[in-house]
Write a protein of this length. Structure first.
Length: 152
């Protein structure tokens, strides 16, 4: 079980977004040190060259950081998730044309009245969104980083 939260360091009172497991705590997301992406055949987690290039493209955003506040550390992790974890799944046109299959939900963005035309996934959460709101900006305003338990 992993526990995710912003935590203050004992030594200098700066903040990191961290993961805790079995009494051990370590910085995660961009608060951690950059590790070169490795293909799964070399013992890494990445399955395509595209995902490796994407990960390595964010190299300069990695820490260690010295966040002055808890909110800053949470924003740092949010930026990490928006860059690295956010995925859109627009429904295929054929499904969209069949109302029995899709269009069950209104778009979840603000007071948007349109029906969903696809999904967005981030941090193990799913959002139903219309064409206009399948964007990083919309997700950024819908989704907040906090504290979470997880089994992954
Ligand atoms: Zn950070
Ligand atoms: Zn919408």
């Amino acid at each position: 079980m992993n526990y995710y939260a912003a935590r203050q360091r004992d030594e200098d009172k700066k903040w990191d977004y961290t993961c805790m497991n079995d009494g051990r705590t370590w910085p995660t997301g961009y608060c951690s040190k950059f590790l070169e992406a490795k293909h799964h055949t070399e013992g890494g987690y990445f399955h395509t060259q595209e995902s490796i290039d994407k990960h390595n493209g964010f190299k300069d955003k990695y820490g260690p950081h010295n966040h002055g506040t808890k909110e800053e550390a949470m924003d740092c992790y949010k930026d990490y998730l928006l860059d690295n974890d956010l995925k859109f799944y627009p429904y295929k046109k054929s499904e969209e044309k069949n109302p029995a299959v899709r269009k069950e939900y209104r778009c979840q963005f603000g007071s948007c009245e349109s029906y969903e035309t696809g999904l967005a996934n981030i941090d193990h959460r799913t959002y139903h969104l219309c064409d206009r709101h399948q964007t990083r900006e919309a997700i950024s305003s819908l989704f907040e980083v906090g504290e979470a338990w997880s089994s992954y």
